[in-house]
Design a protein around this ligand. Structure first.
Ligand SMILES: O=C(O)[C@@H](O)[C@@H](O)[C@H](O)[C@H](O)CO
Ligand SMILES: [Mg+2]
Length: 402
């Protein structure tokens, strides 16, 4: 069996997606996601110019060997561009293998560990009152877990507060828009949001919050401590994790569970955090961290330390990643939760898929493969549009982490 073509499809049904389609001499094809939000085109070139020519003629059943070929063989290892390209190939190959086996992907991974997978949605508002209402809407839709972000008085466009409610889209401008940040104002306001949420809705639902890399370790520890009475499911990305040791300081001061890893590319980004038990949830996902083959290694390492998964699932990860992640989540023994930001109707139409939402959970389908396809004719109607994530500056103009 041989790979005959590896084609990259770029489409913008409301936002940009990069998709790899691998075709074989036996008529079976596979689809993988390679989207890197705001930096899409280098991955397109990496795949078209440097990966596709090597793949032609290879045996698509040799998933592990092809993964190692692309990782070790490049010599220049890791990084978001390389690892997304590898992820796209890996996912397309798993799709092919599962289709050939006539099985949904979760069966190849080891079979079902659960029926549905618990997801969390994004509730946000421009102030506490609006966010409390938004959380109520998610509760009414049946969600068991909800991430709550609020605008903060005096901060211009605080992180996580979009214009729409369900379809919040962070990459919102042809050049990066400038948002503001003020740690003091945020630390004064965010705990009040969770106090109000618990007073209004009680403690039956899981609540989550994303710090989006904004706090220093000491400030992060302070926030975690202030949030303890409200029993969060997790506090995410509360400080940047380039320095994995920084989390030791946070851990010394708070028992609020910590989640990190949506920007991680490999197991090496998470190794110390996991082995020193500095986090509770690992957020690495399929497209970000080298596909199914590599994410499985990360999850296995995490399981040794009772750390659970919490795959990134924002709208910049295409339905291909969501579908594949749901098979992974259905199998992985140390599953925690899956993020679920709904895609727009245009996106869903370009990527027909067999997963569905019910009672706060997502369910992968039984279609052989990962269950997500691409309608190429429809995709062609939405040409690429440059779109950037915002940047953040402090009040005095200093650049900060968005
Ligand atoms: O937790 C999350 O989903 C966020 O941190 C993302 O929305 C993130 O900002 C985007 O994926 C960036 O592309
Ligand atoms: Mg996040």
């Amino acid at each position: 069996m041989k790979i005959t073509a590896a084609r990259v499809i770029v489409t913008c049904p409301g936002r940009n997606f990069v998709t790899l389609k691998i075709e074989t001499d036996q008529g079976v094809y596979g689809i993988g996601d390679a989207t890197l939000n705001g930096r899409e085109l280098p991955v397109v070139s990496y795949l078209e110019d440097h990966v596709a020519p090597c793949l032609i003629g290879m045996d698509p059943r040799r998933i592990e060997d092809i993964w190692q070929y692309l990782y070790r063989g490049a010599y220049w290892r890791r990084g978001p561009v390389t690892m997304r390209a590898i992820a796209a190939v890996d996912v397309a190959l798993w799709d092919i293998k599962a289709k050939m086996a006539g099985m949904p992907l979760y069966q190849l991974l080891g079979g079902r560990s659960r029926e549905g997978v618990m997801v969390y949605g994004h509730a946000n508002g421009s102030d506490i009152a609006e966010t409390v209402d938004a959380v109520g809407q998610y509760i009414d839709m049946g969600y068991k877990a909800i991430r709550a972000q609020t605008g903060v008085p005096g901060i211009k466009d605080a992180y996580g507060v979009g214009r729409g409610k369900l379809y919040y889209e962070p990459a919102d401008a042809a050049l990066p828009s400038v948002t503001g940040w003020d740690t003091r104002k945020s630390l004064n306001y965010v705990p009040k949001l969770f106090e109000k949420l618990r007073a209004t809705y009680g403690f039956d639902h899981h609540l989550l919050h994303d710090g989006h890399h904004r706090y220093t370790p000491q400030e992060a520890a302070n926030l975690g401590k202030m949030l303890e009475p409200y029993q969060l499911f997790w506090l995410e990305d509360v400080t940047p994790a380039e320095n994995q040791e920084a989390f030791k300081l946070i851990r010394q001061h708070t028992v609020t569970p910590l989640a990190v890893g949506e920007i991680f590319n490999t197991i090496w980004d998470a190794k110390d955090l996991i082995q020193n038990q500095l986090i509770d949830y690992i957020r690495a996902t399929i497209v970000g961290a080298g596909g199914v083959t590599h994410l499985r290694r990360i999850a296995d390492l995490a399981s040794l330390y009772q750390i659970r998964t919490g795959c990134h699932g924002a709208t910049d990860l295409s339905p291909v990643t969501m579908g594949t992640a749901l098979h992974f989540d259905t199998w992985v023994p140390n599953f925690g939760i899956q993020e679920y930001m709904r895609h727009s109707e245009e996106t869903d139409a370009v990527f027909p898929h067999d997963y569905h939402f019910a009672d706060g959970e997502l369910f992968c389908g039984e279609t052989p493969g990962h269950g997500v396809d691409i309608d190429e004719a429809l995709a062609a109607k939405y040409p690429y549009k440059p779109a950037y994530l915002p940047v953040a500056r402090l009040e005095d103009g200093t650049m900060w982490n968005w």
